[in-house]
Design a protein around this ligand. Structure first.
Ligand code: ISJ
Length: 124
């Protein structure tokens, strides 16, 4: 068993709490299903948001998912690099798994696919 990191990123249509929650949960569900993860095996989750998303804490939505009550969550601001992708929620999930690094599926959705086209396309 090793600790592996799984990355996710998704863009949000507008700075509204419901849209931030919806996009974040879509990304979380896709990470969980494509990597066959049980929330009890998650060590922690770091969520970053770009500065233009200030209508809610995405962690509050994630915590409502069944089985996620004890998963340690943390939100932070993404590095505000000039000209970088707007309205983006990023995730780093640390999980205990038997999978190798190559077997991990990272999830880039919507406009965030442009961040890592190499990962967005590949399903190892
Ligand atoms: C390219 C991304 O955006 C930024 C750059 C990263 C990188 O170069 O690896 C990782 C996270 C972000 O700080 C991404 O989210 O993948």
């Amino acid at each position: 068993m090793s600790v592996r990191g799984i990355r996710g990123a998704v863009t949000v249509e507008a700075n509204e709490a419901s849209l931030i929650s919806e996009a974040t949960l879509t990304m979380v569900r896709e990470i969980m299903s494509s990597n066959d993860i049980d929330p009890a095996d998650i060590c922690s989750v770091l969520i970053t948001v770009t500065q233009d998303l200030d209508d809610s804490f995405p962690a509050q939505a994630v915590r409502q998912l069944p089985g996620w009550e004890l998963v340690p969550l943390m939100c932070a601001l993404e590095v505000p690099v000039k000209g970088s992708l707007e309205r983006c929620v990023r995730l780093m999930v640390l999980v205990n798994t038997e999978k190798s690094q190559k077997e991990i599926h990272h999830v880039y959705l919507g406009g965030a696919q442009a961040l890592r086209p190499d990962l967005a396309k590949s399903k190892v």
